[in-house]
Design a protein around this ligand. Structure first.
Ligand SMILES: [Zn+2]
Length: 428
């Protein structure tokens, strides 16, 4: 997950039924014996969950190279009693659990991929309750939570009205560009998912709003020439890019909803004594608001065009001009409609956290797999998997098992059962 920004929200424990407030959250099936069994099972098999997390983490899974981890994840789901677990064309691992009726279909996912390149040492080092390894939290915790839920649904013999689809998906990080959930929600399960939950990050928090992003690689090309001999006869690709960057730096963006940009990478030139014939840069723009994002993108493109025109204008005797080419290297979508803390799926998650004893559960905006379902209008949240940790996306990443760490998978189970719906228990 990326750039989590939290805002604390007090849980609404007021007596007014949610229906009277306009949007109902799904009732929590906490009185159902099967759910109680499943919750107890998660607590008592906490060390099993940690073992899953550690052993999955030790299988490398760079973006686009998730196959080995996917194969193992599939094997484990089959062993847990999901014999039809399969891997789709994108490489996502999928296990389905049929519902007993026509309730909503709920997808619960953790992502298989990591930001770490091939060859990274992923051996987990343990020091008491602290586990250190690249990817141990992001998102081996999420994958372990999906397995813990799979196990608890089966062992608790929970019967949900709707289908539950358990997923280990590819392509969440960076260049993966959400290709895993995109395949699931725009092809394999197009129009069939009523709720989407991803487990990403630690602790108990809800990401209920998406930060959308657009990323470009921008290439500047010119004739290139000798720094002395050709001086005055041609524009420079690097100078044009420099002018563009100076103009981009002055672009004003709103602080609410927060909108950002950066030129994160620059490249170019061949030698110190040349007028550069090529230069390129990578630009990242983000916002919770589609309108703000589009507007920032338009202004940044204008700044780049203006930088190129200024450089070309600086050398009127030149017949060759600098040209510019924009290439998209990543788009994280956001919907036109922003989901809020009042949305039923969010309320259900907050109610479930409260039922597990959480005093307050932070909600916030981030860039996760949930961006894609949100952009399609599918109610979606990303939840933390319990425990705590630090250093996500770094080699010093760590996960710390807290005394209530097991509440992460319990929370995921409770949300899934509530959203898929359960028949009220019959008292004899
Ligand atoms: Zn992640």
């Amino acid at each position: 997950m990326h750039q989590l920004r939290l805002r604390h929200t007090l849980l609404c424990l007021c007596a007014v039924p949610a229906v009277l407030l306009g949007q109902a959250s799904s009732p929590l099936p906490t009185d159902q014996p099967s759910v109680k069994r499943a919750l107890d099972g998660i607590k008592s098999s906490n060390s099993w969950t940690l073992d899953q997390q550690v052993s999955i983490c030790e299988i490398p899974a760079p973006d686009f190279k998730e196959q080995a981890r996917a194969a193992e994840f599939k094997k484990r789901l089959i062993a847990l009693g999901y014999p039809n677990t399969r891997i789709d064309t994108a490489g996502n691992v999928i296990a389905e659990r049929p519902g007993t009726g026509n309730g909503p279909t709920v997808m619960l996912a953790g992502h298989l991929d990591t930001v770490f390149p091939e060859g990274t040492d992923v051996k987990v080092k343990r020091d008491g309750n602290k586990f250190s390894a690249p990817g141990i939290g992001d998102d081996c915790r999420g994958l372990a939570v999906v397995l813990a839920v799979a196990k608890a649904l089966k062992e608790g013999q929970i019967k949900t009205n709707g289908r539950v689809i358990l997923v280990g998906n590819v392509g969440e990080e960076g260049e993966g560009n959400l290709r895993g959930v995109r395949e699931l929600l725009t092809h394999g399960y197009k129009g069939k998912i009523d709720y989407f939950i991803s487990v990403d990050g630690l602790g108990l928090h809800v990401t209920d709003r998406a930060v959308g992003s657009k990323r470009y690689n921008i290439e500047f090309k010119g004739p290139g020439g000798h720094s002395y001999g050709a001086f005055g006869t041609m524009p420079s690709a690097i100078h044009a890019m420099g002018r563009a960057i100076a103009l981009i730096s002055d672009v004003e963006v709103p602080t609410n909803p927060k909108t950002t940009y950066t030129v994160g990478v620059v490249k170019g030139g061949t030698s110190v004594n040349s007028i550069a014939g090529d230069a390129s840069m990578e630009v990242d723009m983000r916002s919770e608001s589609l309108e703000n994002l589009d507007s920032a993108e338009a202004r940044i493109k204008r700044a780049i065009t203006a930088g190129v025109l200024a450089e070309n204008g600086r050398w009127p005797k030149s017949s060759a001009k600098i040209t510019v080419k924009f290439d998209t290297i990543g788009i994280r979508p956001i919907g036109a409609k922003i989901q809020t803390d009042e949305s039923p799926i969010v309320k259900t998650a907050l109610d479930a956290a409260a039922a597990l004893g959480a005093e307050r559960t932070p909600t916030g905006a981030s860039s996760t797999d949930s961006n894609l379902p949100m952009s399609l209008g599918i109610p979606a949240i990303t939840i933390g998997g319990g425990g705590k940790g630090s250093g996500a996306h770094s080699l010093t990443e760590s996960f710390e098992e807290t005394p209530d760490g097991y509440k992460g998978p319990q929370w995921a189970l409770l949300i899934v059962a509530a959203l898929a719906g359960m028949r009220a228990s019959v008292t004899p």
